[in-house]
Design a protein around this ligand. Structure first.
Ligand code: NAP
Length: 500
Protein backbone atom coordinates (compact mmCIF):
# COMPACT_ATOMS: atom_id res chain seq x y z
CA UNK A 1 0.00 0.00 0.00
CA UNK A 2 1.30 3.42 -0.96
CA UNK A 3 -1.06 5.51 1.13
CA UNK A 4 0.32 8.71 2.58
CA UNK A 5 -1.14 10.05 5.82
CA UNK A 6 -4.60 11.41 5.22
CA UNK A 7 -6.53 14.21 6.91
CA UNK A 8 -7.44 12.06 9.91
CA UNK A 9 -3.81 11.20 10.57
CA UNK A 10 -2.40 14.69 9.99
CA UNK A 11 -5.18 16.51 11.84
CA UNK A 12 -6.13 18.28 8.61
CA UNK A 13 -9.51 18.85 7.02
CA UNK A 14 -11.26 16.16 4.98
CA UNK A 15 -12.20 17.35 1.52
CA UNK A 16 -15.96 16.82 1.57
CA UNK A 17 -18.12 16.75 -1.56
CA UNK A 18 -21.86 17.17 -1.09
CA UNK A 19 -24.03 16.27 -4.04
CA UNK A 20 -27.14 18.42 -4.20
CA UNK A 21 -28.01 21.84 -2.76
CA UNK A 22 -31.54 20.95 -1.75
CA UNK A 23 -32.83 20.92 1.78
CA UNK A 24 -30.53 18.14 3.04
CA UNK A 25 -27.45 19.50 1.24
CA UNK A 26 -27.98 22.91 2.87
CA UNK A 27 -28.38 21.28 6.29
CA UNK A 28 -25.18 19.32 5.73
CA UNK A 29 -23.09 22.40 4.93
CA UNK A 30 -24.26 24.34 7.98
CA UNK A 31 -23.96 21.45 10.43
CA UNK A 32 -20.60 20.22 9.14
CA UNK A 33 -19.12 23.70 9.41
CA UNK A 34 -20.45 24.06 12.94
CA UNK A 35 -18.76 20.74 13.79
CA UNK A 36 -15.46 22.11 12.46
CA UNK A 37 -15.46 20.54 8.97
CA UNK A 38 -14.86 23.42 6.61
CA UNK A 39 -13.38 22.05 3.36
CA UNK A 40 -16.71 21.58 1.62
CA UNK A 41 -17.73 21.67 -2.04
CA UNK A 42 -21.36 21.36 -3.05
CA UNK A 43 -22.18 20.14 -6.55
CA UNK A 44 -25.59 21.24 -7.77
CA UNK A 45 -26.92 20.26 -11.19
CA UNK A 46 -29.25 23.28 -11.42
CA UNK A 47 -28.62 27.02 -11.28
CA UNK A 48 -30.25 27.54 -7.88
CA UNK A 49 -30.53 25.87 -4.48
CA UNK A 50 -33.79 24.37 -3.21
CA UNK A 51 -34.10 20.90 -4.75
CA UNK A 52 -37.70 19.76 -4.85
CA UNK A 53 -38.93 23.26 -3.96
CA UNK A 54 -37.03 24.74 -6.89
CA UNK A 55 -38.07 22.03 -9.28
CA UNK A 56 -41.78 21.75 -8.50
CA UNK A 57 -43.72 24.80 -9.66
CA UNK A 58 -47.19 23.41 -10.06
CA UNK A 59 -50.19 25.45 -8.89
CA UNK A 60 -51.27 24.73 -5.32
CA UNK A 61 -47.84 23.38 -4.33
CA UNK A 62 -47.58 23.40 -0.57
CA UNK A 63 -46.10 21.37 2.22
CA UNK A 64 -48.51 19.32 4.30
CA UNK A 65 -46.03 19.31 7.17
CA UNK A 66 -46.50 22.34 9.41
CA UNK A 67 -44.07 25.11 8.56
CA UNK A 68 -42.65 25.61 12.06
CA UNK A 69 -41.66 21.94 12.01
CA UNK A 70 -40.61 21.96 8.35
CA UNK A 71 -37.77 24.36 9.23
CA UNK A 72 -34.07 24.00 9.94
CA UNK A 73 -33.31 23.96 13.68
CA UNK A 74 -30.44 26.35 12.92
CA UNK A 75 -32.67 28.77 11.02
CA UNK A 76 -36.09 28.97 12.68
CA UNK A 77 -38.45 31.21 10.77
CA UNK A 78 -40.93 33.38 12.65
CA UNK A 79 -42.25 34.81 9.39
CA UNK A 80 -44.01 31.81 7.86
CA UNK A 81 -47.20 33.27 6.40
CA UNK A 82 -49.23 30.07 6.75
CA UNK A 83 -49.45 27.10 9.06
CA UNK A 84 -48.65 24.95 6.00
CA UNK A 85 -46.32 26.95 3.78
CA UNK A 86 -46.78 27.21 0.03
CA UNK A 87 -44.02 26.10 -2.34
CA UNK A 88 -42.70 29.55 -3.40
CA UNK A 89 -42.35 30.64 0.23
CA UNK A 90 -40.43 27.45 1.08
CA UNK A 91 -38.15 28.04 -1.91
CA UNK A 92 -37.56 31.62 -0.66
CA UNK A 93 -36.65 30.13 2.72
CA UNK A 94 -34.15 27.76 1.06
CA UNK A 95 -32.59 30.71 -0.80
CA UNK A 96 -32.52 32.82 2.37
CA UNK A 97 -30.81 29.94 4.23
CA UNK A 98 -28.21 29.57 1.48
CA UNK A 99 -27.46 33.31 1.60
CA UNK A 100 -27.50 33.69 5.37
CA UNK A 101 -25.13 30.76 5.89
CA UNK A 102 -22.87 31.62 2.95
CA UNK A 103 -23.54 28.34 1.14
CA UNK A 104 -23.28 29.75 -2.39
CA UNK A 105 -19.56 30.44 -1.96
CA UNK A 106 -18.91 26.68 -1.76
CA UNK A 107 -21.51 25.63 -4.32
CA UNK A 108 -20.75 24.82 -7.94
CA UNK A 109 -23.99 25.40 -9.77
CA UNK A 110 -24.84 23.62 -13.02
CA UNK A 111 -22.26 20.95 -12.31
CA UNK A 112 -23.99 17.61 -12.33
CA UNK A 113 -21.97 14.75 -10.89
CA UNK A 114 -21.92 11.97 -13.45
CA UNK A 115 -19.42 9.56 -11.94
CA UNK A 116 -18.06 8.68 -8.52
CA UNK A 117 -15.30 6.11 -8.26
CA UNK A 118 -13.59 4.95 -5.10
CA UNK A 119 -9.82 4.76 -5.45
CA UNK A 120 -8.80 3.81 -1.92
CA UNK A 121 -8.75 5.89 0.21
CA UNK A 122 -10.27 8.74 -1.82
CA UNK A 123 -13.21 9.30 -4.16
CA UNK A 124 -12.79 10.51 -7.72
CA UNK A 125 -15.72 12.75 -8.59
CA UNK A 126 -16.43 13.60 -12.21
CA UNK A 127 -18.62 16.31 -13.65
CA UNK A 128 -18.63 17.42 -17.26
CA UNK A 129 -15.92 19.93 -16.26
CA UNK A 130 -13.46 17.26 -15.14
CA UNK A 131 -12.41 14.96 -12.30
CA UNK A 132 -11.46 15.93 -8.77
CA UNK A 133 -10.69 13.98 -5.62
CA UNK A 134 -12.41 14.04 -2.24
CA UNK A 135 -11.98 12.22 1.06
CA UNK A 136 -15.68 12.01 1.84
CA UNK A 137 -18.77 12.11 -0.36
CA UNK A 138 -22.23 12.95 0.94
CA UNK A 139 -25.12 12.29 -1.38
CA UNK A 140 -27.94 14.75 -0.73
CA UNK A 141 -29.88 14.12 -3.92
CA UNK A 142 -33.34 13.63 -2.40
CA UNK A 143 -35.73 10.75 -2.89
CA UNK A 144 -38.38 11.85 -5.37
CA UNK A 145 -36.54 13.71 -8.11
CA UNK A 146 -36.85 11.47 -11.14
CA UNK A 147 -40.33 11.80 -12.71
CA UNK A 148 -42.13 8.53 -13.45
CA UNK A 149 -43.86 8.63 -16.82
CA UNK A 150 -46.71 6.18 -17.37
CA UNK A 151 -46.29 3.62 -20.12
CA UNK A 152 -49.63 4.27 -21.77
CA UNK A 153 -50.10 3.56 -25.46
CA UNK A 154 -50.04 6.75 -27.55
CA UNK A 155 -48.65 9.04 -24.82
CA UNK A 156 -46.37 10.81 -27.26
CA UNK A 157 -49.16 11.32 -29.78
CA UNK A 158 -51.12 13.82 -27.67
CA UNK A 159 -51.43 17.02 -29.73
CA UNK A 160 -51.65 19.59 -26.93
CA UNK A 161 -49.25 20.44 -24.11
CA UNK A 162 -48.47 17.36 -22.02
CA UNK A 163 -46.12 17.46 -19.05
CA UNK A 164 -45.24 15.84 -15.74
CA UNK A 165 -46.19 17.80 -12.61
CA UNK A 166 -42.49 18.29 -11.80
CA UNK A 167 -42.02 19.96 -15.20
CA UNK A 168 -44.97 22.34 -15.00
CA UNK A 169 -45.34 24.76 -17.89
CA UNK A 170 -45.70 27.98 -15.90
CA UNK A 171 -46.24 30.06 -19.06
CA UNK A 172 -49.35 28.13 -20.04
CA UNK A 173 -52.70 29.82 -19.43
CA UNK A 174 -55.16 27.11 -18.43
CA UNK A 175 -58.32 29.20 -18.38
CA UNK A 176 -60.78 28.03 -21.02
CA UNK A 177 -58.84 24.79 -21.41
CA UNK A 178 -60.08 21.24 -21.01
CA UNK A 179 -57.47 19.84 -18.67
CA UNK A 180 -56.94 16.14 -18.01
CA UNK A 181 -54.86 14.85 -15.13
CA UNK A 182 -53.68 11.26 -14.67
CA UNK A 183 -53.15 10.25 -11.05
CA UNK A 184 -54.67 11.20 -7.71
CA UNK A 185 -51.70 11.36 -5.29
CA UNK A 186 -50.73 14.29 -3.04
CA UNK A 187 -49.49 16.33 -5.99
CA UNK A 188 -52.61 15.83 -8.06
CA UNK A 189 -54.92 16.66 -5.14
CA UNK A 190 -53.14 19.99 -4.63
CA UNK A 191 -53.31 20.86 -8.34
CA UNK A 192 -56.96 19.90 -8.72
CA UNK A 193 -57.83 21.91 -5.61
CA UNK A 194 -55.97 24.95 -6.94
CA UNK A 195 -57.06 25.15 -10.58
CA UNK A 196 -60.38 23.40 -11.19
CA UNK A 197 -62.36 26.60 -10.67
CA UNK A 198 -60.19 28.36 -13.28
CA UNK A 199 -60.30 25.86 -16.13
CA UNK A 200 -63.08 25.14 -18.60
CA UNK A 201 -63.22 21.47 -17.61
CA UNK A 202 -61.15 19.21 -15.38
CA UNK A 203 -61.09 15.48 -16.07
CA UNK A 204 -59.38 13.40 -13.41
CA UNK A 205 -58.27 9.85 -14.24
CA UNK A 206 -58.21 7.88 -11.00
CA UNK A 207 -56.78 4.37 -10.81
CA UNK A 208 -57.08 3.98 -7.04
CA UNK A 209 -59.13 6.08 -4.63
CA UNK A 210 -57.10 7.85 -1.95
CA UNK A 211 -57.51 8.48 1.75
CA UNK A 212 -57.64 12.24 2.17
CA UNK A 213 -57.59 14.09 5.48
CA UNK A 214 -58.53 17.76 5.81
CA UNK A 215 -55.64 20.22 5.95
CA UNK A 216 -56.21 22.71 8.78
CA UNK A 217 -54.60 25.54 6.83
CA UNK A 218 -54.62 29.07 8.16
CA UNK A 219 -52.71 32.29 7.81
CA UNK A 220 -50.58 33.52 10.71
CA UNK A 221 -51.68 36.94 11.94
CA UNK A 222 -49.13 39.75 12.14
CA UNK A 223 -49.27 39.65 15.95
CA UNK A 224 -48.48 35.92 15.97
CA UNK A 225 -45.44 36.41 13.79
CA UNK A 226 -44.34 39.30 16.02
CA UNK A 227 -44.65 37.04 19.07
CA UNK A 228 -42.52 34.37 17.36
CA UNK A 229 -39.92 37.04 16.54
CA UNK A 230 -39.82 38.50 20.05
CA UNK A 231 -39.96 35.16 21.89
CA UNK A 232 -37.97 32.65 19.81
CA UNK A 233 -38.64 29.93 22.39
CA UNK A 234 -42.26 29.95 21.17
CA UNK A 235 -41.04 28.83 17.75
CA UNK A 236 -39.04 26.06 19.37
CA UNK A 237 -42.10 25.06 21.36
CA UNK A 238 -44.18 25.01 18.18
CA UNK A 239 -41.56 22.82 16.42
CA UNK A 240 -41.56 20.28 19.25
CA UNK A 241 -45.33 20.35 19.69
CA UNK A 242 -45.81 19.41 16.03
CA UNK A 243 -43.29 16.63 16.34
CA UNK A 244 -44.92 15.44 19.57
CA UNK A 245 -48.34 15.23 17.89
CA UNK A 246 -46.84 13.36 14.98
CA UNK A 247 -45.10 10.81 17.11
CA UNK A 248 -48.09 10.31 19.40
CA UNK A 249 -50.78 9.97 16.73
CA UNK A 250 -49.50 9.50 13.26
CA UNK A 251 -46.37 7.42 13.61
CA UNK A 252 -47.89 4.73 15.88
CA UNK A 253 -50.81 4.39 13.46
CA UNK A 254 -48.51 3.56 10.54
CA UNK A 255 -46.52 0.96 12.44
CA UNK A 256 -49.52 -0.88 13.82
CA UNK A 257 -51.78 0.96 16.32
CA UNK A 258 -55.25 -0.11 15.15
CA UNK A 259 -57.18 2.37 17.29
CA UNK A 260 -55.29 5.33 15.88
CA UNK A 261 -55.66 3.92 12.36
CA UNK A 262 -59.41 3.76 12.90
CA UNK A 263 -59.48 7.32 14.20
CA UNK A 264 -57.62 8.58 11.11
CA UNK A 265 -59.93 6.61 8.78
CA UNK A 266 -63.03 8.09 10.35
CA UNK A 267 -61.61 11.64 10.10
CA UNK A 268 -61.02 11.01 6.37
CA UNK A 269 -64.45 9.48 5.81
CA UNK A 270 -66.15 12.40 7.55
CA UNK A 271 -64.11 14.74 5.36
CA UNK A 272 -65.29 12.85 2.26
CA UNK A 273 -68.90 12.84 3.42
CA UNK A 274 -68.82 16.58 4.06
CA UNK A 275 -66.93 17.50 0.90
CA UNK A 276 -68.76 15.34 -1.66
CA UNK A 277 -72.59 15.55 -1.54
CA UNK A 278 -73.15 13.24 -4.55
CA UNK A 279 -73.32 9.62 -3.27
CA UNK A 280 -72.26 8.15 -6.61
CA UNK A 281 -69.14 10.30 -6.74
CA UNK A 282 -68.49 9.61 -3.07
CA UNK A 283 -68.58 5.87 -3.72
CA UNK A 284 -65.98 6.24 -6.45
CA UNK A 285 -63.78 8.23 -4.09
CA UNK A 286 -64.03 5.77 -1.21
CA UNK A 287 -60.84 3.72 -0.82
CA UNK A 288 -61.09 -0.06 -0.48
CA UNK A 289 -57.84 -0.51 1.47
CA UNK A 290 -56.71 0.72 4.86
CA UNK A 291 -55.92 4.36 5.55
CA UNK A 292 -52.18 5.18 5.73
CA UNK A 293 -51.29 2.23 3.48
CA UNK A 294 -50.41 4.76 0.79
CA UNK A 295 -49.04 8.08 1.95
CA UNK A 296 -51.96 9.94 3.49
CA UNK A 297 -53.03 13.02 1.56
CA UNK A 298 -53.80 16.20 3.46
CA UNK A 299 -55.90 18.50 1.31
CA UNK A 300 -59.11 20.39 2.00
CA UNK A 301 -59.60 21.68 -1.53
CA UNK A 302 -59.76 18.43 -3.48
CA UNK A 303 -63.29 17.23 -2.60
CA UNK A 304 -64.99 20.60 -3.24
CA UNK A 305 -63.07 20.86 -6.54
CA UNK A 306 -63.94 17.39 -7.82
CA UNK A 307 -67.60 18.04 -6.88
CA UNK A 308 -67.78 21.11 -9.13
CA UNK A 309 -69.99 20.93 -12.24
CA UNK A 310 -66.91 21.46 -14.45
CA UNK A 311 -65.09 18.40 -13.03
CA UNK A 312 -65.38 14.73 -14.00
CA UNK A 313 -63.86 11.81 -12.16
CA UNK A 314 -63.07 8.93 -14.51
CA UNK A 315 -62.47 5.59 -12.83
CA UNK A 316 -62.58 3.47 -15.99
CA UNK A 317 -59.07 2.26 -16.84
CA UNK A 318 -57.14 4.09 -19.55
CA UNK A 319 -56.90 2.27 -22.89
CA UNK A 320 -54.78 4.73 -24.84
CA UNK A 321 -53.89 8.34 -25.44
CA UNK A 322 -54.81 9.90 -28.76
CA UNK A 323 -53.96 13.32 -30.27
CA UNK A 324 -57.33 14.57 -28.99
CA UNK A 325 -57.41 13.07 -25.51
CA UNK A 326 -57.73 9.84 -23.57
CA UNK A 327 -59.73 6.76 -24.56
CA UNK A 328 -60.83 4.60 -21.64
CA UNK A 329 -61.48 0.84 -21.75
CA UNK A 330 -65.21 1.44 -22.18
CA UNK A 331 -64.43 3.07 -25.54
CA UNK A 332 -65.23 6.63 -24.43
CA UNK A 333 -62.90 9.34 -25.71
CA UNK A 334 -62.33 12.17 -23.21
CA UNK A 335 -61.32 15.20 -25.25
CA UNK A 336 -58.59 17.35 -23.73
CA UNK A 337 -56.53 20.43 -24.57
CA UNK A 338 -53.85 19.86 -21.92
CA UNK A 339 -52.68 16.64 -20.30
CA UNK A 340 -50.97 16.62 -16.90
CA UNK A 341 -49.11 13.54 -15.72
CA UNK A 342 -49.38 13.43 -11.92
CA UNK A 343 -47.95 9.94 -11.96
CA UNK A 344 -45.31 10.32 -9.25
CA UNK A 345 -41.62 9.56 -9.20
CA UNK A 346 -39.11 6.75 -9.50
CA UNK A 347 -38.61 6.17 -5.79
CA UNK A 348 -35.72 3.75 -6.32
CA UNK A 349 -33.36 6.26 -7.90
CA UNK A 350 -31.77 8.10 -4.95
CA UNK A 351 -28.31 9.10 -6.28
CA UNK A 352 -28.80 7.17 -9.53
CA UNK A 353 -28.39 7.68 -12.49
CA UNK A 354 -24.98 8.99 -11.30
CA UNK A 355 -22.61 6.05 -11.77
CA UNK A 356 -21.14 5.11 -8.40
CA UNK A 357 -18.33 2.54 -8.22
CA UNK A 358 -17.15 1.41 -4.80
CA UNK A 359 -14.45 -0.92 -3.53
CA UNK A 360 -13.28 -3.66 -5.92
CA UNK A 361 -15.27 -2.16 -8.78
CA UNK A 362 -18.64 -2.69 -7.05
CA UNK A 363 -21.32 -0.90 -9.06
CA UNK A 364 -24.06 0.73 -6.95
CA UNK A 365 -26.82 0.33 -9.56
CA UNK A 366 -26.03 -3.39 -9.78
CA UNK A 367 -25.95 -3.85 -5.99
CA UNK A 368 -29.31 -2.12 -5.67
CA UNK A 369 -31.14 -3.47 -8.70
CA UNK A 370 -34.54 -1.84 -8.32
CA UNK A 371 -34.55 -2.42 -4.55
CA UNK A 372 -32.09 -0.03 -2.90
CA UNK A 373 -31.10 -0.65 0.70
CA UNK A 374 -28.62 0.97 3.07
CA UNK A 375 -27.30 0.58 6.57
CA UNK A 376 -29.35 2.88 8.82
CA UNK A 377 -30.41 4.73 5.67
CA UNK A 378 -26.97 6.30 5.23
CA UNK A 379 -24.23 3.87 4.15
CA UNK A 380 -23.38 0.71 2.25
CA UNK A 381 -20.70 -1.98 2.50
CA UNK A 382 -18.09 -1.57 -0.26
CA UNK A 383 -18.72 2.19 -0.40
CA UNK A 384 -16.29 3.60 2.21
CA UNK A 385 -16.56 7.25 3.26
CA UNK A 386 -19.73 7.57 1.17
CA UNK A 387 -22.86 8.67 3.02
CA UNK A 388 -26.41 9.34 1.95
CA UNK A 389 -29.01 11.70 3.36
CA UNK A 390 -32.62 10.53 2.93
CA UNK A 391 -31.18 7.26 1.62
CA UNK A 392 -33.00 3.91 1.31
CA UNK A 393 -35.24 2.91 4.27
CA UNK A 394 -34.91 6.32 5.87
CA UNK A 395 -38.14 7.26 7.58
CA UNK A 396 -40.19 9.28 5.13
CA UNK A 397 -43.91 9.80 4.66
CA UNK A 398 -45.88 12.42 6.51
CA UNK A 399 -43.09 13.83 8.67
CA UNK A 400 -40.56 16.60 8.44
CA UNK A 401 -37.80 15.41 6.14
CA UNK A 402 -35.74 18.40 7.26
CA UNK A 403 -35.71 16.90 10.73
CA UNK A 404 -34.64 13.48 9.42
CA UNK A 405 -31.85 15.01 7.31
CA UNK A 406 -30.50 16.98 10.24
CA UNK A 407 -30.27 13.84 12.37
CA UNK A 408 -28.55 11.97 9.55
CA UNK A 409 -26.02 14.79 9.17
CA UNK A 410 -25.30 14.50 12.90
CA UNK A 411 -24.65 10.79 12.39
CA UNK A 412 -22.24 11.46 9.52
CA UNK A 413 -20.46 14.02 11.71
CA UNK A 414 -20.07 11.35 14.43
CA UNK A 415 -18.49 9.07 11.83
CA UNK A 416 -16.05 11.80 10.78
CA UNK A 417 -15.24 12.51 14.42
CA UNK A 418 -14.45 8.82 14.91
CA UNK A 419 -12.21 8.85 11.84
CA UNK A 420 -10.31 11.76 13.28
CA UNK A 421 -10.13 10.23 16.78
CA UNK A 422 -8.91 6.85 15.52
CA UNK A 423 -6.88 8.34 12.65
CA UNK A 424 -8.66 6.25 10.06
CA UNK A 425 -8.40 6.13 6.32
CA UNK A 426 -11.86 4.77 5.81
CA UNK A 427 -15.00 3.69 7.57
CA UNK A 428 -17.74 1.63 6.00
CA UNK A 429 -20.78 -0.36 7.19
CA UNK A 430 -19.82 -3.98 7.81
CA UNK A 431 -21.58 -6.45 5.51
CA UNK A 432 -22.89 -8.39 8.53
CA UNK A 433 -24.35 -5.26 10.17
CA UNK A 434 -25.92 -4.12 6.89
CA UNK A 435 -27.54 -7.53 6.40
CA UNK A 436 -28.73 -7.79 10.01
CA UNK A 437 -30.22 -4.29 9.82
CA UNK A 438 -32.04 -4.89 6.56
CA UNK A 439 -33.19 -8.41 7.51
CA UNK A 440 -34.73 -6.93 10.62
CA UNK A 441 -36.40 -4.14 8.59
CA UNK A 442 -37.70 -6.70 6.16
CA UNK A 443 -39.28 -8.80 8.96
CA UNK A 444 -40.64 -5.88 10.91
CA UNK A 445 -42.08 -4.04 7.92
CA UNK A 446 -44.63 -6.84 7.46
CA UNK A 447 -46.37 -5.65 10.62
CA UNK A 448 -46.89 -2.12 9.28
CA UNK A 449 -49.96 -0.76 7.52
CA UNK A 450 -47.84 -0.24 4.38
CA UNK A 451 -47.96 -4.05 4.00
CA UNK A 452 -51.09 -5.09 5.91
CA UNK A 453 -53.17 -2.25 4.45
CA UNK A 454 -53.85 -4.05 1.15
CA UNK A 455 -52.62 -1.43 -1.30
CA UNK A 456 -49.87 -0.78 -3.81
CA UNK A 457 -47.84 2.40 -3.41
CA UNK A 458 -44.61 4.07 -4.39
CA UNK A 459 -43.18 2.87 -1.07
CA UNK A 460 -43.04 -0.68 -2.47
CA UNK A 461 -40.05 -1.45 -4.64
CA UNK A 462 -38.91 -4.40 -6.73
CA UNK A 463 -38.32 -6.46 -3.56
CA UNK A 464 -42.11 -6.42 -3.08
CA UNK A 465 -41.64 -4.61 0.24
CA UNK A 466 -41.90 -0.95 1.25
CA UNK A 467 -38.57 0.85 1.17
CA UNK A 468 -39.26 2.46 4.53
CA UNK A 469 -38.13 2.42 8.13
CA UNK A 470 -40.20 -0.19 9.94
CA UNK A 471 -40.18 1.15 13.50
CA UNK A 472 -41.48 4.46 14.83
CA UNK A 473 -39.36 7.33 13.46
CA UNK A 474 -38.50 8.28 17.07
CA UNK A 475 -36.49 5.05 17.36
CA UNK A 476 -34.58 5.98 14.23
CA UNK A 477 -33.82 9.48 15.48
CA UNK A 478 -32.57 8.11 18.80
CA UNK A 479 -30.37 5.57 17.03
CA UNK A 480 -28.84 8.31 14.91
CA UNK A 481 -27.32 9.68 18.10
CA UNK A 482 -25.88 6.36 19.26
CA UNK A 483 -23.14 5.55 16.81
CA UNK A 484 -21.94 1.98 17.36
CA UNK A 485 -18.56 1.37 15.76
CA UNK A 486 -19.14 -2.38 15.99
CA UNK A 487 -21.45 -1.96 12.98
CA UNK A 488 -18.56 -0.68 10.87
CA UNK A 489 -15.39 -1.88 9.30
CA UNK A 490 -12.58 0.64 9.42
CA UNK A 491 -8.89 1.02 8.97
CA UNK A 492 -6.10 0.85 8.42
CA UNK A 493 -4.84 0.98 12.00
CA UNK A 494 -2.49 3.91 12.62
CA UNK A 495 0.58 1.70 13.06
CA UNK A 496 0.11 0.41 9.52
CA UNK A 497 0.08 3.96 8.16
CA UNK A 498 3.09 4.89 10.26
CA UNK A 499 5.02 1.87 9.00
CA UNK A 500 4.39 2.79 5.35
P1 NAP B 1 -47.86 9.39 -6.17
O1 NAP B 1 -48.31 9.54 -4.77
O2 NAP B 1 -46.93 8.30 -6.51
O3 NAP B 1 -49.17 9.31 -7.06
C1 NAP B 1 -49.11 8.93 -8.40
C2 NAP B 1 -50.54 8.80 -8.92
O4 NAP B 1 -50.47 8.46 -10.29
C3 NAP B 1 -51.33 7.70 -8.23
O5 NAP B 1 -52.64 8.11 -8.12
C4 NAP B 1 -51.19 6.53 -9.21
O6 NAP B 1 -52.26 5.61 -9.15
C5 NAP B 1 -51.23 7.28 -10.52
N1 NAP B 1 -50.62 6.56 -11.62
C6 NAP B 1 -49.32 6.25 -11.77
N2 NAP B 1 -49.12 5.61 -12.96
C7 NAP B 1 -50.34 5.52 -13.53
C8 NAP B 1 -50.80 4.95 -14.75
N3 NAP B 1 -49.96 4.35 -15.59
N4 NAP B 1 -52.12 5.04 -15.03
C9 NAP B 1 -52.95 5.65 -14.18
N5 NAP B 1 -52.60 6.19 -13.02
C10 NAP B 1 -51.29 6.13 -12.70
O7 NAP B 1 -47.15 10.74 -6.72
P2 NAP B 1 -47.29 12.24 -6.20
O8 NAP B 1 -48.71 12.64 -6.05
O9 NAP B 1 -46.44 13.07 -7.07
O10 NAP B 1 -46.69 12.20 -4.76
C11 NAP B 1 -45.46 11.56 -4.51
C12 NAP B 1 -45.01 11.89 -3.12
O11 NAP B 1 -44.48 13.22 -3.11
C13 NAP B 1 -46.07 11.93 -2.07
O12 NAP B 1 -46.48 10.67 -1.64
C14 NAP B 1 -45.36 12.72 -1.02
O13 NAP B 1 -44.45 11.92 -0.31
C15 NAP B 1 -44.63 13.75 -1.84
N6 NAP B 1 -45.44 14.97 -1.90
C16 NAP B 1 -45.53 15.68 -0.76
C17 NAP B 1 -46.27 16.82 -0.74
C18 NAP B 1 -46.36 17.59 0.53
O14 NAP B 1 -47.24 18.37 0.68
N7 NAP B 1 -45.46 17.37 1.50
C19 NAP B 1 -46.94 17.24 -1.88
C20 NAP B 1 -46.83 16.51 -3.04
C21 NAP B 1 -46.07 15.37 -3.03
P3 NAP B 1 -52.22 4.38 -8.10
O15 NAP B 1 -52.51 4.98 -6.77
O16 NAP B 1 -53.24 3.46 -8.59
O17 NAP B 1 -50.83 3.80 -8.18
Amino acid sequence: MTATANWAQTGGQPRIAIIGAGMSGLAAVVKLRRAGYTDITVFEKAAEVGGTWRENQYPGLSCDVESHWYSFTFNPNPNWSHRFAYGPEIQDYMIETADKFDIRSVTRFQEEVVDLTYAEPIWKLTTKKGTETFDVVISATGVLHKPAYPSIKGLKSFAGPCFHTARWDTALDLSNKRVGIIGTGSTSAQIIGAITHKVQHMTVFQRTAQWIAPLPQRQYAAWEKALFRIFPFLLKLSYHWKYFMFRRVFAPATVGNKLLQKMISSICLRHLEKGVPDPELRAKLTPTYQALCKRLIFCSDFYPAISRPNATLVTEAIEKITPQGIVTKDGVEHELDVLVLATGFDSSAFILPTKVTGRNGTDLATVWGQAPRAHRGVGLPDFPNFWMLEGPTSPIGNLSLIMISEHQVDYVISLLDEMRRLRLNYIVPAQSAYEAYNDDMSQQINKTVWVTGGCDSWYIDASGQPNLYAYPPTTYLKDMHRLDLAEFEYGPPPNRIAAE
